[in-house]
Design a binder for this molecule. Structure first.
Ligand code: ADP
Ligand code: ADP
Length: 229
């Protein structure tokens, strides 16, 4: 369930400036495909198109054979889980930040998601910037830890399709490893599109697509692309 297909997709925000110039690729159900490329290449635009924040100007995008123009935005938001780069945490414990939007989730389910994302040590705390009624300060979380809160939220939501926007900021190697372990846990068995800025940060993709200036310039497996440099 959840095969994504882009067929000769064209897109522009402003008519005089094409952003996607005829891109075609498939993410087969249950597989992970990564899109890498320099900033401005059009990577995030692809995820916005999948949520139908913007309609394409040519070609077609389908999920399981259905043109997404015929799918309600609401259904897409249920089917697609997004782990963003920057997560804003609200004034409640990390536990409730994870359980957000899932009132029926049990304590066991929330804790299991936190464990998979490796943030189970923090769930009783408020995030930085907030304090409890007795004046206890919230916890300062690193960018990587915040992203793991978003990962736990997505694990709990358990959508068939995932979009993972990998952190661009310079993370130390240890943090990068922890995030990748967590991303591996959330993407297992799902259809996943990983947006990454550097080839070196991707570990587990079945296929890697290199996007430059709105065109796919290369497709291949990790070791083939690394070998070519
Ligand atoms: P990437 O994720 O690869 O860094 P984006 O998909 O975010 O690239 O952006 C691709 C290009 O589209 C960039 O040149 C960017 O400036 C432009 N762009 C992004 N969003 C908008 C917008 N809302 N209006 C006009 N141009 C935009
Ligand atoms: P649900 O509909 O499953 O209860 P939400 O409506 O809060 O949950 O969000 C649905 C999905 O849409 C989430 O995975 C969320 O990350 C994603 N989403 C919501 N807004 C945006 C946005 N502006 N950009 C990208 N993804 C978004």
């Amino acid at each position: 369930e959840g095969t994504i297909r882009f067929d000769d997709v064209h897109f522009h925000y402003d008519a005089d400036r094409p952003i996607l110039k005829g891109i075609s690729f498939e993410v087969p159900a249950g597989r992970t495909v990564a899109i890498v490329g320099p900033s401005g290449a059009g990577k995030s635009t692809i995820s916005r198109i999948l949520f139908r924040f913007y309609d394409i100007t040519g070609g077609s995008v389908t999920i399981d054979g259905h043109d997404i123009r015929d799918v309600a935005q609401e259904s897409l938001r249920h089917a697609i889980g997004m782990v963003p780069q920057d997560t804003v945490l609200f004034n409640d414990t990390i536990y409730y930040n994870i359980a957000y939007g899932r009132p029926s989730a049990s304590r066991d389910e929330v804790e299991a998601a936190a464990r998979l994302a490796q943030i189970d040590g923090f769930i009783a705390h408020l995030p930085e910037g907030f304090e409890t009624e007795v004046g206890e300060r919230g916890l300062k979380l690193s960018g990587g830890e915040k992203q793991r809160v978003a990962i736990a939220r997505t694990i709990l939501k358990s959508p068939p399709i995932l979009i993972l926007d990998e952190a661009t900021s310079a993370l130390d190697t240890h943090t990068e490893k922890e995030i990748q372990t967590a991303l591996g846990a959330v993407s297992r068995g799902r259809t996943a599109l990983v947006i990454a800025h550097r080839l070196s940060t991707i570990i587990d993709a079945d296929e890697i697509i290199v996007l430059e200036k709105g065109r796919i310039v290369e497709k291949g497996t990790h070791h083939v692309l690394l070998a070519r440099g």
